[in-house]
Every structure is written in structure tokens, then in C-alpha cells.
Design a binder for this molecule. Structure first.
Ligand SMILES: *[C@@H]1O[C@H](CO)[C@@H](O)[C@H](O)[C@H]1NC(C)=O
Ligand SMILES: *[C@@H]1O[C@H](CO)[C@@H](O)[C@H](O)[C@H]1NC(C)=O
Ligand SMILES: *[C@@H]1O[C@H](CO)[C@@H](O)[C@H](O)[C@H]1NC(C)=O
Ligand SMILES: *[C@@H]1O[C@H](CO)[C@@H](O)[C@H](O)[C@H]1NC(C)=O
Ligand SMILES: *[C@@H]1O[C@H](CO)[C@@H](O)[C@H](O)[C@H]1NC(C)=O
Length: 456
């Protein structure tokens, strides 16, 4: 018997589903976005909450589900949300970045509507303007595989989401002032796991409540995202290894690790089996590549376990090479039957002819007393009229110029031009993007709205 090829298989599913349902299921959410006084690192400060929660409520669904989020902005300034990693191919109006959407004015509401396509995996949303994400407003998005499409591991007992990130205790206006005066944000004040921080304590607090529980012998899926501003974070458990199963919507080759480096904006799903003495264990999140290491712990409790956490804390890896080697060990499982980025209907990536190569070189400098980051010498500013609106109403030529940066910038100097930076691409082009970072700090790139995949 020969099995149908993946492409015809998915076509078959589409036809079947199309016959069974007129429309895919909907998930409706109503969000109230407010300020609240919380103490992520122990001292009260202003945090952005959604429905009084920080992190915000989970958006959860199965691939092809429709998501509708009606957002009421109770802040005293405009707010805009983006759905990190969720493709908005057919509807860039829902992307939630300043070029595509207007922020929601204070005291009003706006409804986002989008469909999560074949993107089984772990993502998060966050407010995308005015540094709001430094003070909360973020939350998890999880997309499950449809029942017909097998997942390359046994269904876990349950799943836990851990949004980790560095955290600043300075009020938002102070952070903005720093940037406006030409300085950087400086060092964060701590690390939070699901909005809760705290230094790694030698002495354990017997009253500490667990953040996660596990049944002895069972396997759990933990979804980790680095929702922070600046630092890569290493995550690790006392006494437990982790099995990597998914990176941003793709099933991976299932390697075992003692710990995992999660860079800004990245999400991973891992499996953890409760195979140790029943008791308490710590999950540790700590900053990487920083002089002073900041960390946070969360308690994981075996149901019915009585033993306190072991004294010994696993140490974080040191240096860049470790991280790069770990990244190199991460691979797609190309035989797992999930949809994956599928340019031009082909599964043979190596054979696709690249139509265009764009080299992106980042730089930083001061322009009119402000710190500015640039791509090929151009630092983007949003014009008053959103870019997509300008195109829609055919007044783009009055608002911005296309293609100011060159695909191959050659040697990028120190000069920085501040202007709207829009690159035009042709439908069905197959573009290779090369990133070059001559700066001394890690750069994370958010390739919003489309499905990109790392090739080297
Ligand atoms: C998320 O959605 C999946 C698939 O619909 C469901 O099995 C699971 O129970 C949901 N989880 C939560 C926490 O709502
Ligand atoms: C605002 O919310 C109301 C429901 O409370 C809804 O009927 C209306 O469509 C929403 N407006 C927008 C612009 O989404
Ligand atoms: C890849 O997925 C297939 C199909 O589910 C599975 O049989 C195989 O063990 C996976 N391979 C690795 C290396 O994880
Ligand atoms: C790539 O280009 C070569 C040479 O022009 C051509 O033979 C081949 O069919 C192209 N491949 C694809 C996938 O279009
Ligand atoms: C963008 O590219 C398309 C296709 O190459 C071209 O037709 C169009 O004129 C370009 N638009 C601008 C403003 O450069």
C-alpha cells in the first residue's frame, strides 16, 4: 500500500472538513486592559493587566479555529496588541504592529479577528507600542493539532505554560525618558516566571506554593517563551532532563537537554517526566551573557510528595559557544506529519531557486540626542498615517518612499537616517534574508506576519 504524499493528504483533510462544517469553530474573548498595582519583584509597581490577570489570559485553540478578541482599552493612552508568531497572511490588518493597525484609543474598544492556521505550537501576544510590554500585557497563545493529524509523541498528562523574561521595576515613563535622552534601558532588575520573580534562595520557604504540579510517573508538556526585553534566559529543572519537542510551531527532532537557552521572542515546548523521588523541585530561569546573573525560581510539586526541594541548584551554562552549539543541535523532524512552512507548495526546500537576497546589517547610534537602531543605515519611524492605510487609499507616495535600503548595503557606516523604511517585495518571490550583527549585544529579530524559517 502506498500512502498519499503529505500535500494530497492535507488536501483530503480540507475537503473532509469542508464537507462536515460550514465554518471552523470560533473562540470569543473579551479583554479589559487596565493598570493594576502588583509586586512582581516584591515592591509595588504599575503593571498592565488583562481581565485583572498578569500574565494575561491564554488564547487556546486547535489549528483552523477562528479567534475573536474584543479589546477594551482602560489605559490612559493608546494600546496595540500583536500575536507573535501567528501568521496573518491573508489579513495583515490584524497584525497589531504600528505599520498595519492603529492603536486602540483610550476608553474605546476594537475587535481583532484571525484564524490560527497549521501552526501547532507555543506563542505569545504582547502590546507592541510605547514599551508597554516592559510592564506586562503579555500572555500565552497555544495552538493544538487537529485530531486527524498525528503528533510525534504521546499526549502528555497535562501542559504548563511558563512565560519567562527579564523585568524592570522602573516606572514606564522613566524607561521612556532613558531612551529619549539617548541612553539604553540599562540592566533589568530581575527575572519573572509567569509574572512572579524572586532571587534564587538558598533556604527554601516551607510555605511557598507550587506554580506547577505533576503526578508521579506522568509526562508533562511545558511551553516556555522568553517574553522579556533584553536578556536571553536559560531554563532548567532540578534533577529533571527536558526533551525538546517543538519550536514555534514545528515538531523537532526530540533531543534531551539539561537546560535550554531561550532568546527574546522565542518559544519552545518540552516534555518533562516526573520520574524522581516524589517531592518539590525548582524550575530555574536565569539570564545569559550578563555580568551579573539575574534569576527566578518556581516551585514544581509532585502531587502527594512531601520532600523539600534538593539543596543543590543546577548551574547555568557559560559562554556563547554553548548556546550556538545547542541551537545547531535543534532540527526539524521532517518526517513528522505536521504542516510546516511550505513555500510555493514544495517540500523540497533545497531545490527552490532564491529570487532575491536581502542582507540586513544592524547598527546603533545617536540621532538628535536619542538612541537609534538602524537597518542598513536607516532607522524606521512610523508616519502619522499607518503604512498600510496609505497604500490602501493610494496615497503612499505622499507618506513614504519604497526601497530606501539596498538589498546589499555593502559597508554600513555610522550614519543613521531616520525615515519610514519600507521594502517592496514581489508576490511569490522566494527571499533569502541574511542578518549581520556587528554590535556587541544579541539581536533578536521579529519577522512578523509571515512564516520564516532558519536555514543556516
Ligand atoms: C486547549 O485546547 C485544546 C484543543 O482544543 C484542548 O484539548 C485543551 O483542553 C485546551 N486547554 C485549555 C487549558 O483550555
Ligand atoms: C465594542 O464592543 C461591543 C460589545 O460590547 C461590540 O458590539 C462592538 O462591535 C465593539 N466595537 C469594535 C469596534 O470592535
Ligand atoms: C519524527 O517523527 C516521526 C513521526 O511521528 C517519529 O516516528 C520519529 O521518532 C521522530 N523522529 C525524531 C528523531 O524525533
Ligand atoms: C530552478 O531553476 C532551474 C534552472 O533555471 C530550473 O531547472 C528549476 O526547475 C527551478 N526550480 C524550481 C523549483 O523552480
Ligand atoms: C513593488 O513591486 C512590484 C512588483 O515588482 C511592482 O509592480 C511595484 O511597482 C512596486 N511598487 C513600488 C512602489 O515600488
Amino acid at each position: 500500500m502506498t500512502l498519499p504524499k503529505p500535500s494530497s493528504l492535507s488536501l483530503l483533510f480540507l475537503l473532509l472538513l469542508g464537507a462536515a462544517h460550514a465554518e471552523d469553530p470560533y473562540h470569543f474573548h473579551t479583554w479589559n486592559v487596565k493598570y493594576a498595582t502588583l509586586s512582581p519583584l516584591g515592591t509595588p509597581e504599575q503593571v498592565i493587566t488583562i481581565n485583572d490577570q498578569f500574565p494575561g489570559p491564554r488564547i487556546n485553540g486547535t489549528s483552523n479555529n477562528n479567534i475573536v478578541v474584543n479589546i477594551f482599552n482602560h489605559l490612559d493612552e493608546p494600546v496595540l496588541f500583536t500575536w507573535n508568531g501567528i501568521q496573518q497572511r491573508k489579513n495583515s490588518w490584524q497584525e497589531g504592529l504600528p505599520g498595519t493597525n492603529c492603536p486602540i484609543p483610550p476608553g474605546t474598544n476594537m475587535t481583532y479577528k484571525f484564524q490560527v492556521k497549521d501552526q501547532i505550537g507555543s506563542y505569545y501576544y504582547y502590546p507592541s507600542t510605547s514599551l508597554h510590554r516592559a510592564t506586562g500585557g503579555y500572555g500565552p497563545i497555544t495552538v493544538h493539532s487537529r485530531e486527524l493529524i498525528p503528533v510525534p509523541y504521546d499526549f502528555p498528562e497535562a501542559e504548563h505554560v511558563a512565560l519567562v523574561g527579564d523585568w524592570y521595576t522602573k516606572p514606564l515613563p522613566d524607561l521612556l525618558k532613558l531612551l529619549d535622552s539617548g541612553r539604553s534601558l540599562g540592566r533589568p532588575d530581575g527575572v519573572v516566571i509567569n509574572g512572579k520573580g524572586g532571587k534564587m534562595e538558598k533556604k527554601t520557604n516551607p510555605k511557598e506554593e507550587p506554580m506547577f504540579t505533576m503526578l508521579p510517573g506522568k509526562t508533562y508538556r511545558y511551553r516556555f517563551c522568553n517574553v522579556g526585553m533584553k536578556n536571553s534566559i536559560n531554563i532548567r529543572f532540578q534533577k529533571h532532563s527536558i526533551k525538546l519537542v517543538e519550536i514555534e510551531g514545528s515538531h523537532t527532532v526530540q533531543n534531551m537537554y539539561d537546560s535550554l537557552d531561550v532568546h527574546i521572542g522565542q518559544c519552545y515546548a518540552v516534555l518533562v517526566t516526573a520520574d524522581q523521588e516524589p517531592g518539590d523541585y525548582y524550575l530555574i530561569a536565569s539570564t545569559r551573557f550578563t555580568k551579573e546573573v539575574l534569576s527566578a525560581t518556581a516551585l514544581v510539586r509532585y502531587v502527594g510528595g512531601k520532600a523539600p526541594p534538593p539543596e543543590e541548584m543546577p548551574v547555568a551554562p557559560v559562554g556563547w559557544a554553548w548556546s550556538l552549539n545547542q541551537f545547531r543541535s535543534q532540527r526539524w523532524n521532517l518526517t513528522a506529519s505536521a504542516a510546516r512552512p511550505n513555500p510555493q507548495g514544495s517540500y523540497h526546500y533545497g531545490k527552490i531557486n532564491i529570487t532575491r537576497t536581502i542582507k540586513i546589517v544592524n547598527s546603533a547610534g545617536s540621532v538628535d540626542g536619542r538612541l537609534r537602531y538602524a537597518i542598513n543605515g536607516v532607522s524606521h519611524v512610523n508616519p502619522e498615517t499607518p503604512l498600510k492605510l496609505a497604500e490602501y487609499f493610494r496615497v503612499a507616495d505622499k507618506v513614504f518612499k519604497y526601497n530606501l535600503i539596498k538589498d546589499d548595503p555593502g559597508v554600513v557606516g555610522e550614519k543613521i537616517t531616520v525615515v519610514p523604511d519600507v521594502v517592496n517585495a514581489t508576490y511569490r518571490d522566494f527571499i533569502e534574508i541574511i542578518f549581520e550583527n556587528p554590535e556587541k549585544s544579541v539581536q533578536s529579530w521579529h519577522l512578523a506576519g509571515y512564516s520564516f524559517f532558519a536555514v543556516a
